[in-house]
Ligand binder design. Structure first.
Ligand code: C5P
Length: 239
């Protein structure tokens, strides 16, 4: 897959005009844009349609985490929006993931819709090993937990997971190729971590086996965002 198809730019803004300006401005370099909670809560499905009108793909990052019936119904609505990819929390459980995957496939066949990739969020990249144990009360480490959740998502029929660069090779080694790994928390050596704790450079994340890299502030918070995206793509090409 070419580097520019592996890069997903996060539209973490709340103004739809601003978001669409970003889409137009980076259209030369980016195929897929991520619509997250802030933008979707402000503008809803309309922003997804406007990005599709520009012939770009959408990763709808709403991280569903609820009982199976609720997630399944929301996932059908998302599927009808024609997004390329959406996600839910693996910690919502096996049955929630299995039923969602099964129902989305059935809906796509029945309504002749393109099948979105369904991705499970494992452990957020903003959580450190220390917080995971002390605050969240787990006895085992993050990598063990991410491996466990990834195996469950795979068994449930999902297409892949969201995981930090630090867990990518463990997932690859245990599940193998063909299972999509989307990696946020991407920070080139020249950008600050912000609130992210388990960060990794674009080159390292790809070398470890990530399929897609989600990049937000490392581009959009820079004084020269075009230069930043070019540097990131160059780094990805050299991985
Ligand atoms: O600005 P930055 O590159 O840190 O943004 C990362 C994006 O990826 C944010 O939109 C965030 O919501 C999302 N994300 C994440 N960690 C996850 C899943 C999604 O940072 N585990």
């Amino acid at each position: 897959m070419p580097a520019r198809e592996r890069l997903i730019l996060a539209l973490d803004v709340n103004d739809p005009v601003h978001a669409l300006n970003i889409v137009d401005r980076f259209s030369e370099w980016v195929t897929t844009f991520k619509v997250g909670l802030e933008l979707f809560t402000t503008r809803g499905p309309d922003i997804v349609k406007k990005i599709h009108d520009r012939c770009k793909k959408v990763f709808l990052d709403l991280k569903f985490h609820d009982i199976p019936n609720t997630v399944v119904k929301a996932s059908i609505v998302v599927t009808r929006l024609g997004v390329f990819m959406f996600n839910l929390h693996a910690s919502g459980g096996f049955e929630m993931m299995r039923l969602t995957s099964e129902t989305v496939v059935e809906t796509c066949l029945k309504e002749n819709l393109p099948r979105p990739k369904i991705i499970a969020v494992t452990v957020l990249t903003s959580i450190s090993q220390d917080e995971f144990k002390k605050d969240m009360g787990y006895q085992h480490g993050i990598r063990t937990h991410v491996k466990h959740l990834s195996a469950m998502a795979h068994r449930a029929g999902l297409d892949g997971v969201v995981a930090s660069g630090h867990e990518v090779s463990a997932i690859r080694n245990s599940i193998g190729s063909g299972f999509i790994i989307v990696t946020p928390g991407i920070r080139p050596s020249w950008s600050p971590p912000d609130d992210q704790k388990r960060t990794m450079t674009p080159k390292e994340a790809l070398r470890n086996g990530a399929d897609y890299l989600v990049v937000g502030r490392a581009v959009l918070s820079q004084t020269d965002p075009e230069k930043a995206i070019e540097l990131i793509l160059l780094e990805m090409l050299s991985s």
